[in-house]
Design a protein around this ligand. Structure first.
Ligand SMILES: [Zn+2]
Length: 173
């Protein structure tokens, strides 16, 4: 990711559509995506979804499923602001849900754990506002194409994981 994209993320803003679309498309052109792929956190706007649809149409591939993992705002704020990221290796922890063995220190490399700029409370609140106005409309968008499945994300991770697997099994390869 270029420096420019990182600057938007730090501010809790979305990276401009054309920047993200370029990154995603060049990644999807790689060989390991030929047999299928899963996108996480993309698209985030209706315009990105339309661009993805165009790209896939050009390549003759079809979108099988869109998963919406739903968590209420209060819960989301707790999850994001409790997240700690290793400055050295990028591993993530959570002070409540998956704490490191030693507070503030990475289990994997002993690096220092920090709060990423986009996980700070004010930034998280801004991200949620951006979500409401620009990303939430995707729910209607994909519902219209009957591609959407919703998963209750406010449960223990293994239950959410099982639910996601169940939905993915319904997808023909
Ligand atoms: Zn680490």
């Amino acid at each position: 990711m270029g420096k420019k994209a990182a600057e938007y993320i730090d501010k809790g803003l979305l990276v401009p559509d054309e920047v993200v679309e370029g990154i995603v498309e060049s990644r999807l052109d790689m060989n390991d995506c030929k047999t299928g792929f899963l996108l996480d956190g993309f698209p985030r706007t209706v315009s990105q979804a339309e661009s993805l649809a165009n790209y896939m149409k050009q390549k003759g591939i079809k979108l099988d499923l869109v998963l919406s993992i739903e968590v209420d705002q209060e819960n989301l704020i707790e999850r994001f602001t409790g997240r700690r990221t290793c400055k050295q290796c990028g591993a993530t922890f959570h002070i409540k849900f998956s704490p490191p063995k030693n507070p503030g220190i990475c289990d994997k490399c002993n690096g220092k754990l920090i709060v990423r700029k986009d996980d700070e409370t004010d930034t998280v609140k801004k991200r949620l506002k951006v979500y409401e106005t620009t990303t939430a409309p995707l729910i209607d968008y994909y519902n219209r194409y009957q591609l959407l499945a919703t998963v209750d994300g406010a449960r223990p991770i293994d239950e959410v994981f099982e639910d996601i697997k169940r939905h993915l099994k319904g997808v023909k390869s």
